[in-house]
Design a protein around this ligand. Structure first.
Ligand code: NAD
Length: 255
C-alpha cells in the first residue's frame, strides 16, 4: 500500500485526484483550508477502505508545511507520492495588483512546492523511491494579462520541477508538473467574476472570449483527466519520465 500527500486536496482538482488515488488503494493526507476537510477525509476513507488524514496546515508558512509532512510520516511510516496542488489566484492589472496578494500567491503557489518537497526528500532519498507531482498550469508555459503573480509563481514551479528531477534522478525520485488549461473548480468560478470586472465584460463573454479563447478544444478540462495522469506519473511505469511539463490544456500551449 502506498501513501500520498495532496496539498489543496479538499477541493477542486486536488479532491478529484484524491478520489482516484483512494480508489487505487493509496492512503492519503489531504490538506486544505476547507472547514469540511475532516468530513471529506472520513468519507473517502470509508468508501475506499484506506487511511485518510486531514491537515489544515497553511501552505503560506514553511513551519506548518514541515509539521504536516512529519504528521503524515508518523502515521503512514513513509511518503511515496507528494502532490503539490494548493493554489490561489488573483486577477488585476499590474499597477493595481495588491502587494499582499503577490506575497501570498508566491508563497502558496510556488514556495510551498519547495518546502513540501524538501520535507519529503530525505525519506524518499533513503528508500530510493519518490514521486513529486506539481499541479502547475498552462500559465507555467504561457502568460496572460492581469495575472502577474500567478504566472510568475507557476513559471517558478516549472524551475523547481526541473531541478528536483535532476537532483532526484540518482535516487529513484521523479518530479513532473501537470499543466492544466481551465478546469471549472471553485478557483475558476471566483475568477470568472474578477475577469469580468478587469475586462469589463459579462461573465458569459469572459468564458467564451477570455478563458476558452486560448483552448482550441472549447471545453473546460476534466478533473478526471488530471487525476489519471497523476496516477500514471505515480506508477512504476513512469520511472523514466521526469522533469517534464505535461500540458492538459485542450491544445492551448501548442500555439
Ligand atoms: P480550488 O480553489 O478548488 O482548490 C484549491 C485548494 O487549495 C483548496 O483545497 C484550498 O483550501 C487550498 N488552499 C488554498 N490556499 C491554501 C493555503 N494557504 N494553505 C493550504 N491550502 C490552501 O482550486 P483548483 O482549481 O482545484 O486549483 C488547484 C491547483 O490547480 C492550483 O494550484 C491551481 O493554480 C491549479 N490550476 C487550476 C486550474 C483551473 O482552471 N482550475 C488551471 C490550472 C492550474
Amino acid at each position: 500500500m502506498k501513501n500520498a500527500i495532496i496539498t489543496g486536496g479538499t477541493s477542486g482538482i486536488g479532491l478529484g485526484i484524491a478520489r482516484l488515488f483512494a480508489a487505487q488503494g493509496y492512503n492519503l493526507l489531504l490538506n486544505g483550508l476547507e472547514k469540511y476537510g475532516q468530513q471529506i477525509a472520513d468519507e473517502l476513507a470509508q468508501e475506499h477502505d484506506v487511511k485518510v488524514m486531514f491537515s489544515s496546515a497553511n501552505m503560506q508558512y514553511s513551519d506548518q508545511i514541515r509539521e504536516m509532512v512529519q504528521q503524515a510520516e508518523q502515521e503512514f511510516g513513509q511518503i511515496d507520492v507528494l502532490i503539490n496542488n494548493a493554489g490561489i489566484q488573483y486577477v488585476a492589472p499590474v499597477d493595481e495588483f495588491p502587494e499582499d496578494r503577490w506575497d501570498a500567491i508566491i508563497a502558496i503557489n510556488m514556495s510551498a512546492t519547495f518546502h513540501a518537497s524538501k520535507a519529503v526528500w530525505p525519506g524518499m532519498k533513503a528508500r530510493g523511491f519518490g514521486r513529486i507531482i506539481n499541479i502547475a498550469s498552462a500559465h507555467a508555459l504561457r502568460a496572460s494579462e492581469f495575472k502577474v503573480a500567478y504566472v510568475a509563481a507557476k513559471h517558478g514551479v516549472a524551475g523547481i520541477t526541473k531541478v528536483l528531477a535532476l537532483e532526484g534522478a540518482p535516487y529513484g525520485i521523479t518530479c513532473n508538473a501537470i499543466c492544466p488549461g481551465y478546469v471549472r473548480t471553485p478557483l475558476v468560478e471566483a475568477q470568472i467574476a474578477d475577469q469580468a470586472r478587469a475586462h469589463q465584460m459579462s461573465e458569459t463573454e469572459v468564458i467564451e472570449k477570455v478563458m476558452l479563447k486560448k483552448q482550441p478544444i472549447k471545453q473546460f478540462v476534466e478533473v478526471e483527466a488530471l487525476g489519471n495522469l497523476a496516477l500514471y506519473l505515480a506508477s512504476d511505469a513512469a520511472s523514466q519520465l521526469t522533469g517534464a511539463m505535461l500540458p492538459v490544456d485542450g491544445g492551448w500551449s501548442a500555439q
